[in-house]
Design a protein. Structure first.
Length: 345
């Protein structure tokens, strides 16, 4: 029976950057998806593109005057590649102007998989775009149809390949818990995502917000959102698979915008969802290694970055760790990048 186990965390390294998000609610969108309430999710109201442009320019000018550190410019909230060509050029030209001044390090946007093609991506890349995040939501035809996304699994898959072939970085956004979705389809989505190997992934579990078509189906009883427990369990399994393929997951759940929370009807919302998911993954990894040593008490050394995760949300994993021989008094945080689990005599 092993006396000591050394292992590295499964999460791949990812250099976080400061992001300057520019929300363009519904801009360029061909239709409204049944779950969508971008104005509530981002606390940003729809406005003419000229207004968004002017606000951005003024904000970036102020950032230069205030000598703010460099950041990444990101266009979210609409279908960026479906904007009129003159506005695509205007926004990217503005971003590049401040890139030359040292304020902007890179530019990304989010869009739909049915609004890209090779000539457009070539144009955007030459105009300074660095990454495209595709709002895939799911690779299941049934889920896409039930959610009225307007494209197929084949189109979603091809769009990812098109972005990668264009030499732009690829981000994939997934939305577990949509109508017709199931834990099995969620894992299928994860496996497809792993096969594409994007640079980053964001995961936004489906929430029910007032005024959306999905809310109407919920009131009628034909749709039931995932529970928080099911969501944590499913996300933990899926994210671990992504990590093992060296794919960073840079966001779990929506930001806690007050307007969104005020209009939230149901769904797996929790302000500490990311912590809950990461803590669950960490516990089961340590459980697997602990079982090798049997029921003996153990000493655990682990990287300092896990101080806020090891015991779980409100220490809900504390007793479970004690049950497998890992007691807080025998846990030490250090500045090394790996874990060490030792059997105590």
């Amino acid at each position: 029976m092993n006396e000591q186990v050394i292992f590295f965390p499964p999460e791949p390294p990812y250099k976080k950057t400061r992001i300057w998000p520019v929300f363009l609610p519904f801009a360029g969108c061909p239709q409204r998806c049944i779950y969508c309430a971008q104005n509530l999710q981002t606390s940003s109201k729809p406005a003419p593109l000229s207004i968004h442009y002017q606000r951005l320019k003024e904000s970036l000018d102020k950032a230069i005057k205030d000598k703010q550190p460099p950041l990444e410019l990101a266009f979210f909230g609409g279908t960026f590649t479906a904007l009129p060509n003159e506005w695509l050029n205007a926004f990217l030209k503005l971003g590049n102007y401040y890139r030359q001044k040292g304020l902007i390090t890179s530019i990304r946007c989010s869009t739909r998989p049915d609004f890209i093609d090779p000539p457009l991506l070539e144009q955007l890349r030459k105009s300074g775009l660095d990454m495209i995040e595709l709002g895939i939501q799911s690779f299941s035809n049934n889920v896409l149809k039930a959610s009225k996304r307007g494209y197929t699994q084949f189109q979603a898959h091809q769009a990812c390949r098109t972005v990668l072939d264009s030499e732009l970085d690829l981000g994939i956004q997934l939305l577990p818990g949509l109508p017709q979705h199931s834990p099995k389809k969620w894992i299928d989505d994860i496996q497809t995502t792993c096969s594409l190997h994007p640079q980053i992934v964001r995961i936004y579990p489906c929430l029910l917000l007032k005024g959306t078509p999905l809310a109407k189906t919920w009131f009628e009883g034909s749709y039931h959102p995932w529970s928080l427990h099911l969501t944590i369990k499913g996300l933990s399994r899926g994210i671990l698979k992504l990590w093992r393929q060296k794919i960073p997951v840079i966001r779990i759940g929506l930001h806690p915008e007050q307007e969104m929370l005020t209009n939230l009807l149901a769904g797996p919302w929790h302000p500490s969802l990311g912590l809950m998911v990461r803590s669950r993954i960490l516990f089961y990894i340590l459980l697997t290694h602990s079982l090798i040593m049997g029921n003996a008490k153990k000493r655990l050394m682990l990287p300092e970055k896990y101080q806020g995760e090891i015991w779980g949300y409100k220490k809900n994993y504390l007793q479970r760790y004690k049950n497998i021989g890992i007691d807080p008094q025998n846990v030490q945080f250090w500045d090394r990048s790996y874990f060490m689990l030792q059997k105590l005599s």
